[in-house]
Design a protein around this ligand. Sequence first.
Ligand SMILES: [Ca+2]
Ligand SMILES: [Ca+2]
Length: 271
Amino acid sequence: MKLQKMIAALSAAAIAAACTAIPVSAIDSTSEAPFTAFLCMSAAGTWYELDQTADCMTAATIEEDGSYVVSITVPEGGGSENVDLLLLSTNINGYAFTPEGGDILTDTSVSIVIDSIFIEHTDGSVTDIPYNGPSAGAFATENNGTDYRLNVLNTWGNNVADIDNTLPAPLGDGDTISMEFTITGLEESPFAVAKGDVDKNGSVDAQDAYATLVESSKIAIGGSGEFTEEQIALGDINGNGSIDQMDAFWILMYNSYVSLGQTITWEELLG
Ligand SMILES: [Ca+2]
Ligand SMILES: [Ca+2]
């Protein structure tokens, strides 16, 4: 699967002249609105993903519950009768909507429902793509394990085929494929990501301490660091406004208590 993705990514790089890249950081995982959703597609050997092919794509900025549209307009030479992969990607960190200890996919308040998928052809006609989902495995997380994704056609990893791989009408050069979806449950976000959980995976553990130590080292040698504002807020345990070695130490201490089965709050630990 990784090899396929790599080949697809290389193909996408080959048509980079048609699609200017935007920084991946623009779609970093987040626990608070506005969120970003976009279509991810592989067709005719081209991999369409927001960070690589933004000029061809319309992402949705999600401020609240509601219905949104995302789309991809295929560039010249991008037309195809088949799609190999189609999914709705988001940067919504599911742990912000899941009770502590709950399952990020089944206990979450967030629901994403696909309303329609269609192609707008350059001649003005519209072809609806029949959608038979969602099947088991459709609602999933991105590779980071935290952000929600809805698989529509993804036989590589998730074994989901909720549309036919062969389109009802070819996706021609210049045609636009769109997905309308409705998202709910975003207003019920009482489950803030815990202090110290810098990778935002739902637990404060040694990995967070390690990531914080690496970040503090980068800063200590004069680098700019890679944490987002949200990660800095989560990782700045001693509250001095930046990530330093003491933050990593405190996260490791906290994890040590939890590992021993003891209940402790940050207030108690920091005294
Ligand atoms: Ca963590
Ligand atoms: Ca600090």
